[in-house]
Design a protein around this ligand. Structure first.
Ligand SMILES: C[S@@+](CC[C@H](N)C(=O)[O-])C[C@H]1O[C@@H](n2cnc3c(N)ncnc32)[C@H](O)[C@@H]1O
Length: 270
C-alpha cells in the first residue's frame, strides 16, 4: 500500500519518483506538469529522459511547462503526443542566466493530446468583464482538426476568449520551488482541459501549485515529488489553505489504487 505524504478530500501528494510509484493502469483525465528543463547544473534540474512516453500511458491530455529550448532539444520524446497549442506566461521579472541575450521574461506551457482532438474535453475560458464592451467576434463550429475559411460568422458583444499570453507576477521570495508556476494560470489550464470532477496528475509537483489550482477549480488531483523537503513545505501549504469544496463535489479517493483502469491492481512492494 502506497501511503500519501499529504491527503485531503480533493488532493493527494506522494513522495518519490512517479515512474516507480505509478502503477500500470493508472489513468488521469489530465496531466499538468512541469519537468526540470535540464538547463542548469543544479542537482534537481535533470530532464528525466523518455518521461513523455511513460506519461502517455497514464493520460490522453497533458499541459507541459517548458522552455522553447527544452521542447526543441527533446522534441523526439513527444512522439506519442500531438501538439495542440501553446500559451506564454509573461513574468514581471526575468530568469535569464546569460548576459549576451535578450532578458528572458517568459515560460511556455504546451497542450499535448492523444487520440482524436474532438474526443478531448475542453471548455474555453472567456474574460469575465467582456459583456460590458461591444466587440465583433467570430464563431465557428467545434474544431475538427481542419480549419476552413468558410466556417466564420460574426456577431456583436459577448465574452471574449482569454488570450494566449498571460501576464502574472514571478514568484521569487514567496516561492517554495525554484521554478514555481502561478496557481492562477494552472487553474485556467485545468478548467480548460479537465472535466468537472475529473482527476489531474502532476508528475513533477514541486510546491504543488497544480494541486492547489485543481482544488480551486473543483477537480481532484494527485501529485508526485521526489525531494522530501519540497513535499514537507508543499504539504504545509495545502494544509493551510481553506478547504472550500464545491457543493456536490466528489470526495477524493485516498490512494492511487482508486484510479486504476478495470483489471489492474497495485502490485505488492510499490
Ligand atoms: C520545475 S520543478 C516543478 C515546479 C512546480 N511546477 C511548482 O510550481 O512548484 C520540477 C520538480 O520535479 C521534481 N522531480 C524531478 N524528477 C522527478 C521524478 N522523477 N519524480 C518526482 N519528482 C521529480 C524536482 O525535485 C522538482 O521539484
Amino acid at each position: 500500500m502506497i501511503r500519501p505524504y499529504y491527503s485531503d478530500e480533493l488532493v493527494s501528494l506522494y513522495h518519490g519518483d512517479w515512474r516507480t510509484l505509478l502503477p500500470a493502469g493508472f489513468r488521469a483525465d489530465l496531466i499538468v506538469t512541469d519537468p526540470p528543463y535540464g538547463e542548469t547544473s543544479l542537482d534537481w534540474d535533470q530532464w528525466p529522459t523518455g518521461w513523455p512516453a511513460i506519461a502517455a500511458k497514464h493520460s490522453d491530455a497533458m499541459w507541459c511547462w517548458g522552455s522553447m529550448r527544452a521542447f526543441v532539444a527533446h522534441s523526439a520524446e513527444f512522439s506519442d503526443w500531438t501538439f495542440s497549442q501553446d500559451l506564454v506566461w509573461q513574468k514581471h521579472n526575468g530568469s535569464g542566466f546569460h548576459r549576451d541575450r535578450f532578458k528572458r521574461i517568459h515560460e511556455h506551457v504546451v497542450l499535448w493530446y492523444r487520440g482524436r482532438w474532438a474526443d478531448r474535453w475542453h471548455e474555453v475560458p472567456t474574460t469575465a468583464d467582456a459583456t460590458r464592451r461591444t466587440v465583433r467576434r467570430k464563431a465557428r463550429p467545434p474544431h475538427t482538426g481542419h480549419i476552413g475559411a468558410h466556417a466564420y460568422t460574426s456577431f456583436d458583444g459577448g465574452p471574449r476568449l482569454v488570450r494566449s499570453v498571460i501576464v502574472a507576477p514571478s514568484l521569487h521570495g514567496t516561492a517554495i520551488n525554484e521554478a514555481e508556476k502561478p496557481v492562477s494560470i494552472n487553474e485556467l489550464l485545468i478548467s480548460y482541459a479537465c472535466p468537472p470532477g475529473g482527476l489531474v496528475a502532476d508528475l513533477f509537483a514541486g510546491s504543488c501549485a497544480t494541486l492547489v489550482a485543481a482544488r480551486l477549480a473543483g477537480r481532484r488531483a494527485i501529485g508526485f515529488e521526489r525531494r522530501e523537503q519540497q513535499c514537507e513545505r508543499a504539504a504545509l501549504r495545502l494544509a493551510q489553505l481553506p478547504l472550500d469544496l464545491p457543493i456536490g463535489s466528489i470526495a477524493a479517493p485516498a490512494g492511487i489504487a482508486d484510479h486504476l483502469a478495470p483489471g489492474h491492481r497495485v502490485q505488492t512492494g510499490l
